[in-house]
Ligand binder design. Structure first.
Ligand code: SAH
Ligand code: SF4
Ligand code: F3S
Length: 448
């Protein structure tokens, strides 16, 4: 039950895992002011839309959501209350002034680098409207309070933020700013907190997570592989480690070695290639070639032969010919993916690719994405089916949809359901895989 001082906080989140993490941290930072997260916007004292700017119609979606929320805001006002309305995240960063202009009922607009200043902003906003799209160089992480929202058995931990790569299609370098790495101690301490709160698996997050670098406890410069090794040793109770998202050029030897040497590091690698044609990769400013990408994948496969590969793809980049697109299909066939995201190229305002000549017709883009997705879906199903009959350690993270059933993840990040006692939640259990579908597996407990 809520007491009189408690205020209701409704946060709606779009976009990547970093945004999910940030929403949790915003709830943490507002807790001392009496705000408690709620599941529905009606009657909330504060609403935060944590937005994503990565593809089409991002801003439109925010405005239509704001339109709906405005009615709740008016209802609340009619009852003599106040609903603070805030827009955060990457649309706020990119379109802050426009939002303030077009939606006068929005009280606050603030970008991803300012969340530690939220309490001051909220106090100010009770009097006036606030825009904060600064990108302070000091780490917001150091100023955020300790984690207190229980994320459950699997948790996210942001270790790096921002991107210096400037792929020509992408808004992230503009919305998240320059690459920044948190220090080792801060990461280790947050990992310990997450474990105390019940986490068994931690996914290390960053827009360019494998660009992470820092110093170990002895002052030596280290990369992500050494960071993972350090966490595996220093954080008791941490059973599984994952990381996302990586850039091929930052796939350094220490990280490849970590896949060989650290059993807690799961055999799954999300390594976006985007396209299979060197001409397109160059126009994208990806700074890797298809050959250098395949070489890296082969190195990783050598280190961890059972590694499951995952990627992002963009089809219909300006200038992409049928031959270029077929090279994308070729790299998919060469690498073989257990999982992938694929997107139609979207012209993002302010990015170089938005104004390139030779934009591809919509009908061509949708025909290509269908062909690509058919191939990727086939590979995903094949990968899932290949697990039938195998026994593997599964981390049960939550209840399944059916009674008496649990949901878990295989080492390869596949969702798996099995009959199991509630007490197995939070445990790693050996399961035999009995059935496979496109998006999930079924299994039975092999040994308890
Ligand atoms: N390195 C980042 C990538 C963020 S964007 C991370 O941490 O996840 C996620 C994916 O969106 C990219 O890999 C790319 O495939 C896709 N994407 C980015 N900009 C795009 C655009 N303008 N059109 C279509 N897809 C895009
Ligand atoms: Fe965007 Fe490229 Fe940076 Fe990924 S590496 S966030 S796609 S600019
Ligand atoms: Fe979207 Fe920003 Fe993440 S644009 S994908 S929320 S970094």
């Amino acid at each position: 039950m809520m007491n009189a001082q408690e205020k209701k906080l409704y946060i709606k989140t779009w976009g990547c895992q970093m945004n999910v993490y940030d929403s949790n941290r915003m709830a943490d930072v507002l807790a001392p002011l009496g705000y408690k997260p709620v599941e529905a916007p009606e009657d909330a004292d504060m609403v935060i839309l944590n937005t994503c700017h990565i593809r089409e119609k991002a801003t439109d979606k925010v405005f239509s959501e704001l339109g709906r929320l405005r009615k709740h805001q008016e209802d609340k006002k009619a009852k003599g209350g106040k609903m603070l309305m805030a827009v955060a995240g990457c649309v706020a960063q990119a379109e802050g002034d426009f939002i303030m202009e077009r939606a006068p009922y929005v009280d606050m607009v603030f970008g991803p680098q300012t969340y530690h200043e939220l309490p001051q902003m909220v106090m100010k906003a009770t009097g006036q409207r606030v825009v904060n799209t600064e990108m302070p160089t000091e780490a917001k992480f150091d100023q955020l309070p300790e984690e207190n929202k229980n994320q459950g058995v699997t948790a996210f931990l942001a270790i790096q933020e921002g991107c210096d790569k400037f792929c020509t299609y992408c808004v992230v370098p503009y919305t998240r700013g320059a690459e920044f790495s948190r220090n080792y101690e801060g990461i280790r301490d947050e990992a310990k907190k997450l474990i105390e709160a019940g986490a068994r698996e931690i996914t290390l997050l960053g827009q360019n997570v494998n660009g992470w670098h820092g110093k170990d406890l002895k002052g030596r410069t280290i990369g992500l592989g050494d960071l993972i090794a350090g966490l595996a040793d220093d954080v008791d109770g941490l059973e599984r480690i994952r990381y996302t998202t990586s850039h091929p050029n930052d796939m350094k030897q220490d990280l490849i070695d970590a896949h060989k040497d650290i059993p807690k590091l799961m055999p799954f690698l999300h390594l976006p290639v985007q396209a299979g044609s060197n001409k397109i990769l160059k126009a994208m400013n990806r700074s890797h070639t298809v050959e250098s990408y395949v070489d890296i994948v082969n190195e990783v496969k050598k280190a961890r032969p059972d590694i499951a590969m995952s990627s992002d793809f963009i089809v219909g980049f300006p200038g992409e010919t049928e031959e270029d697109f077929e090279e994308t299909l070729k790299v998919v066939k060469e690498v073989t993916y257990a999982f992938a995201y694929s997107f139609i190229f979207s012209q993002r305002p302010g990015t170089p690719a938005a104004n390139m000549g030779m934009q591809i017709h919509k009908a061509v883009k949708s025909e290509r994405i269908q062909r690509l997705q058919a191939l990727l879906n086939e590979q995903q199903l094949d990968f899932n089916k290949a697990q039938i009959g195998k026994t593997m350690p599964v981390l049960f993270d939550r209840k399944g949809s059916k009674n008496g059933q649990l949901h878990g993840r295989t080492p390869y990040n596949q969702a798996i359901h099995a009959e199991g006692n509630e007490r197995l939640r939070g445990q790693v259990v050996e399961l035999e895989v009995t059935e496979a579908r496109a998006n999930s597996l079924e299994g039975k407990v092999a040994i308890i």
